[in-house]
Write a protein that binds this ligand. Structure first.
Ligand code: HEM
Length: 218
């Protein structure tokens, strides 16, 4: 590998491996602050699954509601703007959904678009973790493309899910959260994200949207 290749691989790993996961954590906490009854349910579940304050959850099946909240957050607030670019086959092009795409055309899929498709999701704009509970909820996860799909699927997906499970269960089990500015609860994802951030969906106003009061729960 050339120095440039090594530099480029490292940049991808750092950007793809950090912002994506931490943005999901911030968004999970924001959704739970907007929906206090859901926060109470997650915390009740975690205190039953983890009786000792310092315990960490490694088995996601012990906290199905937290996992449903994480999946619903990633459905509505994609961590990356889309599937990364693909070239249509250089010699023959490709026909997709009845449309011919000429050779060499750069194509990008919209992960957020798939997650808001009304043919797949009932009330697609609504934050409703219940859709990922029980056997039907488990089956519905097949419609998510959070980590893309196919040969270029995110290689860090299992690490990301483990980080989300361990960190969110620990902080939500041990601490109470409160918004600093209750008005920020009204902000909208599509105006909240930073438009110059092309790979991950970073926050335009982190001082407003990512700061919360935190206190020990017991
Ligand atoms: C919630 C967290 C994450 C999400 C939502 C996410 C999502 C994605 C998506 C959508 C892609 C594009 C795949 C494509 O073009 O088809 C991608 C690529 C990638 N991700 Fe992740 N990712 C996450 C965490 C991580 C972590 C923790 C790592 C590594 C430590 C990682 C490493 C990578 C790398 C190296 C690529 C490029 C793969 C390639 O070009 O073949 N990601 N990720």
């Amino acid at each position: 590998m050339s120095d440039q290749d090594v530099g480029s691989e490292n940049t991808v790993l750092i950007v793809a491996g950090t912002d994506t996961t931490s943005n999901v954590m911030v968004n999970v906490i924001r959704y739970l602050l907007w929906n206090p009854h859901m926060m109470a349910r997650v915390q009740r579940e975690l205190r039953e699954a983890l009786p000792e304050r310092e315990q960490v959850l490694t088995d996601p099946t012990a906290a199905p509601y937290l996992m449903a909240v994480i999946h619903e957050t990633m459905r509505l607030r994609a961590s990356t703007s889309g599937v990364w670019p693909r070239d249509a086959p250089r010699h023959a092009g490709i026909t997709l959904g009845g449309h011919f795409v000429p050779p060499g055309t750069v194509l990008c899929g919209s992960i957020g678009g798939v997650h808001l498709n009304p043919e797949t999701w009932e009330r697609p704009e609504e934050f409703d973790p219940e859709r990922f509970l029980g056997p039907e909820g488990e089956a519905r996860k097949k419609n998510l493309v959070i980590f893309s799909a196919g040969v270029r699927i995110c290689p860090g997906r299992h690490l990301a899910m483990l980080e989300l499970t361990m960190v969110l269960s620990a902080v939500l089990r041990r601490y109470e959260f409160a918004p600093i500015d209750p008005l920020s609860a009204a902000t909208d994802f599509f105006t909240d994200i930073d438009e110059i951030c092309s790979v991950t969906t970073g926050f335009r106003n982190p001082d407003r949207d990512c700061l919360v009061y935190v206190s020990r729960s017991d």
